[in-house]
Design a protein around this ligand. Structure first.
Ligand code: GCV
Length: 722
């Protein structure tokens, strides 16, 4: 071996491996990077206020909290933080729940502790014997854990910790991820590798990932997870799998995360040996009661069942001429003795119903308002079709005041470019949450419906269809981590602003440098409108290629179920484009409260962003800016593409603020996004041009391929379509 080779192998290879490894770790660590504070003045200020930490209590949650605090602080402050045995010194960070505090402190904090719920927390500067300390407390240990994560966030985002007085609690009770994970390891609509759950190695092998998953979720306040796909497999309810589910529940418990499962309605037949799953049948009822007992014996804090019934071929009560209330209440009765809940999905539509698909869930569910058991919550997607780049809010929000409704958002980007497009979804979530339903007059926002404040509901919930998989960076795209993070933040408080969320996520994940944060924040905030523009401007929807939903497919019209064909949704012809849902059409607008219906009904007041969702308009229809609809549409497609080009340019300047791995990853992904944005623009415009018969306006680039070429593209192995 030459001297040079020797030196290389001795020093450089380990160094190289270290660099690669730490870069990969940055990807893996999500927003919990705990990178050393760069600003030395700030770092010494922090250090001067935190001499050591002192835990009150010794529960599994307090131990996990202690560990997080110690590792987080040590790495942020670049010094070993000592665990203290008392508070005799000064500047101690004390943490523990109310039950561990002394009488005097409890008396002092009574008002604030009464203000926060069971998961809330206080972060306070306090003095004891003339010495200053910081106290993080709550009514429960989980509250303390949440407080600690928020304290760490203050440091991560370089905020002051002078005179702390923070009082906060979650506004929604059930804040959960829905994993569409199959038992064979695939993930329906998953674009970040395979399922996190290694069913084969469970229950004996607890992957560190499970713990890091729980940490990440707890850091944003997510407190529930549905482990398996809503297109359910009954086997998850067999002892063989319940043993594995129990192991996951044990792992997540210290982090305040409850486990839930999807319940396949026909399970009594498939794994119970019964002849029927009729919810009126005594044996069936009993089977579910016994099943619940069996689950709770293993998992005393099991959360409950999520059910997709009589939807897209899933079995349900209608198979026995019963209805959704019969089915949901039967399961609710089985869970009630143990405190479990049923989340019954309202995502229903039928090929046998000739009515506009957008109307069907409302028509079916609204008459049942007030008939569900107290431990049932109806889970409604944000819009009436299916997680499109833009949909007006679902008319069920505001129409069932006697029934708790829970929001279902999609975090995984089934219809938004998978994990290769940078799309900051909290912008979409905020738009929906802020929508005014007018159900109790002006200000009756969707957020107030799902946080229970408008209709006075105690059971409240929000679910996000997870975008998480086995990829090193969890979500496939480094920026898709922001969608998981942002969902959690809005689940905690649906009234938060998406810009604030982007700001904190960027600082925690990448850098506090303003020259990085400001332009990249702007890029994130604009990214949602960009995807709307290059895929479905002016309220167009569901024109993706079918099945896998990858890329454009506005021409698809040959599927047996009419409402699965893109042509059903855009209705383009020589006279114009768009779905008439106004009074002259399907009258879906009538499902909204009068104030909203009126706005959507009239083409003059309907927001242009929703125009073709509600109206069929001629190609020459004049938009507010004076352009014809055809020209305006073509320009919007171009605008979407241009925005992605701007994103590429913005990102290119950020090499100094981001580690090489993530910088390169985002750069390559933006290149894909740019290519695909052009594909969307060209394919859609060429297709619609057949009907409009008009030239592309100035400013819109000419397509480089023919419509036949785009139509010929096939993707039999597109991910997520299993
Ligand atoms: C899990 C859409 C998706 C399906 C999904 C369904 C649902 O139709 O394409 O993959 O099934 O929504 O939400 O149940």
């Amino acid at each position: 071996m030459s001297r040079l080779t020797y030196v290389f192998s001795l020093f450089l290879i380990p160094l190289l491996l270290f660099c690669i490894n730490s870069s990969a770790q940055a990807d893996y660590k999500l927003w919990l990077q705990y990178k050393k504070i760069q600003d030395s003045k700030l770092a010494s200020e922090y250090k001067s206020k935190i001499n050591g930490i002192f835990a009150l209590g010794n529960s599994a949650t307090i131990q996990a909290t202690s560990k997080e605090l110690q590792s987080g602080l040590s790495s942020l402050l670049d010094t070993k933080i000592q665990t203290q045995q008392d508070i005799n010194g000064e500047n101690t960070l004390v943490f523990g729940s109310k039950s561990s505090l002394n009488e005097d402190i409890i008396k002092n904090l009574k008002n604030e502790l009464d203000q926060v719920n069971n998961e809330g927390y206080l972060i306070k500067t306090f003095s004891l014997n003339n010495k200053n300390h910081i106290l993080i407390t709550g009514n429960t240990d989980i509250g303390v854990l949440y407080g600690v994560f928020n304290f760490l966030k203050l440091l991560q985002t370089n905020k002051s910790i002078e005179n702390l007085n923070i009082v906060d609690s979650p506004k929604i009770n059930v804040r959960m991820l829905n994993h569409w994970d199959n038992l064979n390891g695939t993930v329906e609509r998953g674009y970040a590798g395979s399922s996190l759950w290694n069913w084969q190695k469970l229950p004996d092998f607890i992957d560190q990932r499970y713990i890091d998953y729980a940490r990440a979720n707890a850091s944003i306040g997510i407190n529930g997870t549905v482990l398996n796909n809503v297109n359910a497999n009954a086997l998850i309810l067999t002892p063989q799998y319940l043993e594995k589910v129990e192991a996951l529940a044990n792992t997540f418990r210290p982090y305040g995360i409850k486990v839930y499962l999807t319940a396949r309605f026909s399970a009594p037949i498939e794994i119970g040996g019964l002849k029927t799953a009729d919810p009126y049948n005594a044996e069936v009822k009993n089977w579910w009661k016994e099943k619940a007992r069996e689950i709770y014996k293993r998992i005393p804090d099991f959360g409950g069942f999520l059910v997709k019934a009589n939807s897209e071929g899933q079995p349900g009560p209608q198979n026995y001429k019963r209805n959704h209330v019969d089915g949901a209440n039967m399961l609710a009765d089985a869970l009630a003795p143990f405190g479990g809940i049923v989340m019954w999905r309202a995502f229903v539509y039928s090929e046998h119903d000739v009515n506009d698909r957008a109307k069907q869930a409302y028509s079916e569910f609204v008459p049942y308002d007030g008939q569900f058991r107290d431990n049932v919550i109806v889970q409604v997607k944000n819009g009436a079709i299916d997680f499109q780049p833009r949909e007006p809010f679902h008319p069920m929000f505001g129409a069932m005041p006697k029934t708790p409704l829970m929001m279902e958002f999609q975090i995984t980007q089934e219809y938004l470019g998978f994990s290769s497009h940078l799309v900051y979804l909290p912008k979409l979530y905020q738009e929906v949450l802020e929508s005014d339903t007018y159900s109790k007059g002006k200000g009756s926002t969707v957020a107030k419906i799902i946080d229970g404040s408008l209709d006075n509901h105690k059971l409240t919930g929000i679910a996000g269809v997870a975008n998480i998989g086995s990829d090193i960076n969890w979500t496939g795209h480094p920026f898709a981590q922001a969608n998981w993070y942002g969902f959690g933040r809005l689940a905690w408080n649906p009234h938060l602003d998406s810009e604030t969320i982007a700001d904190e996520w960027l600082r925690m994940t990448f850098s506090n440098d303003e020259t990085f944060v400001n332009p990249i924040k702007e890029m994130m905030l604009k990214s949602r409108e960009a995807v709307v523009n290059y895929m479905t401007p002016f309220g167009l929807h569901h024109i993706m290629d079918t099945g896998h939903h990858y890329g454009p497919g506005p021409w698809v019209s040959n599927l047996s179920r009419p409402e699965w064909n893109p042509t059903y949704y855009h209705k383009a012809d020589k006279n114009g484009i768009g779905f008439d849902r106004s009074k002259t059409g399907s009258n879906a607008t009538a499902q909204y409260n009068q104030e909203v219906a009126q706005v959507f009904n009239d083409v003059k007041t309907c927001p242009e962003k929703d125009l073709l969702w509600f109206h069929h308009l001629s190609w020459d229809y004049k938009l507010k800016n004076g352009q014809t609809l055809w020209n305006g549409m073509a320009l919007k497609y171009q605008e979407g593409v241009d925005e992605v080009a701007t994103m590429q340019t913005t990102w290119k300047k950020m090499g100094n603020y981001v580690d090489k791995t993530r910088f390169k990853e985002v750069q390559m992904l933006l290149n894909i996004q740019y290519k695909e944005a052009k594909w969307w623009r060209d394919a859609c415009l060429l297709y619609f041009q057949q009907f409009s018969g008009k030239e592309l306006p100035k400013g819109v680039e000419k397509p480089t391929q023919t419509l036949e070429y785009f139509e010929s593209l096939k993707f039999p192995f597109a991910p997520g379509n299993n």
